[in-house]
Design a protein around this ligand. Structure first.
Ligand code: FAD
Ligand code: FES
Length: 281
């Protein structure tokens, strides 16, 4: 074997996925499913980091695991059906395999949340990465002052983690309020946009941080509301789910001002982004 071919064989292909097997599928709503994947033993992620998931023969898409990073044998990914790749993922059955590469990005800076009231605001399937964050916070709850979850979905049928939300609300130091844009006779909770449940938060604004994930329009109005009630731009953390391709800072698809969302994010403070004009597009 000549020198040339030796080096090309030993060079690591950073885009090479590894195989993961579907072990369970949970239907959250008519358009959102949680897929449980058995993974190889040396994979781990930090909460808020994302993976690229490949559907063989079709393509790949980025997702943020919704499970507890402390669980090492499997990951859960909660996925909304919006196009080709996600539709194919929704059609997966137990024992099917997909490809995974990653984890990528920086995730949530838990060290900066310690000793604080953590206000978590989710919209729609945006609660998925926040579930991973919540599970991380719950497992170390003594290090946080409180956790305050505010979650909004379009209708009662669109609420994800329906069984988990009441369980989380029973935990010590945890306060949960859910709202829907449009109610129905079965819905006993709040009706209105998620911004309507952000007033009178049971937190000390001087020692609180807010973490927001959801559709761009929701993140925009939640951020404006949080600023309005006294949060500083540096204490508001946003997950920027910009369209991505390589996931590793090489293609430029995910550019947000001077940042690459895949490499420098996907979690940013509003302080870092506030002067970029098209962050909500
Ligand atoms: C870091 C990151 C983490 C993500 N985590 C999750 C997650 O946990 N769960 C989840 O359901 N989705 C998540 N997404 C969004 C997910 O990647 C897209 O929905 C997926 O790529 C769509 O692929 P598709 O082939 O099915 O649809 P496509 O055929 O590519 O697109 C169909 C429609 O969806 C829109 N779309 C495509 N990509 C995005 C995007 N990134 N954000 C908003 N709209 C988009 C397109 O504009 C189009 O209207 C995440 C995205 C990023 C960048
Ligand atoms: S996805 Fe390629 S640079 Fe970010």
């Amino acid at each position: 074997m000549n020198k040339m071919s030796t080096s090309s064989h030993t060079e690591k292909n950073i885009y090479q996925p590894f195989e993961a097997t579907v072990v369970d599928i949970k239907e959250e709503t008519p358009t959102i499913k949680t897929v449980v994947l058995k993974i190889r033993s040396n994979f781990s992620f930090r909460t808020g980091q994302f993976i690229e998931m490949t559907v063989p023969g079709l393509g790949e898409a980025p997702f943020t695991p919704s499970s507890d990073p402390g669980v090492k044998t499997s990951i859960e990914v909660t996925i909304m059906k919006v196009g080709m790749v996600t539709e194919k993922i929704h059609g997966l059955q137990k024992e099917d395999t997909v490809g995974i590469r990653g984890p990528y990005g920086k995730g949530y800076p838990l060290d900066k949340f310690k000793g604080k009231d953590v206000v978590i605001v989710g919209g729609g399937v945006g609660l998925a990465p926040l579930r991973s964050l919540l599970l991380s916070l719950f497992s170390d709850i003594d290090n946080y002052r409180s956790i305050c979850l505010r979650y909004g979905a379009r209708t009662p049928a669109d609420v994800i983690y329906k069984e988990l939300l009441p369980e989380w609300a029973k935990k010590k130091k945890v306060d949960v309020v859910t709202t829907v844009d449009i109610g129905d006779p079965s819905w006993k909770g709040n009706v209105g946009l998620v911004t309507t449940i952000l007033k009178d938060l049971p937190v000390d604004m001087k020692q609180a941080v807010a973490v927001v994930c959801g559709p761009p329009i929701m993140m925009k109005f939640v951020t404006l509301k949080l600023l309005d009630i006294g949060f500083k731009p540096a204490d508001i953390y946003l997950s920027m789910e910009k369209s991505m391709s390589c996931g590793v800072g090489k293609c430029g698809h995910c550019r947000v001002g001077k940042f690459y969302a895949c490499k420098d994010g996907p979690v940013f403070t509003y302080e870092e982004l506030k002067d970029i004009h098209d962050i909500w597009d």
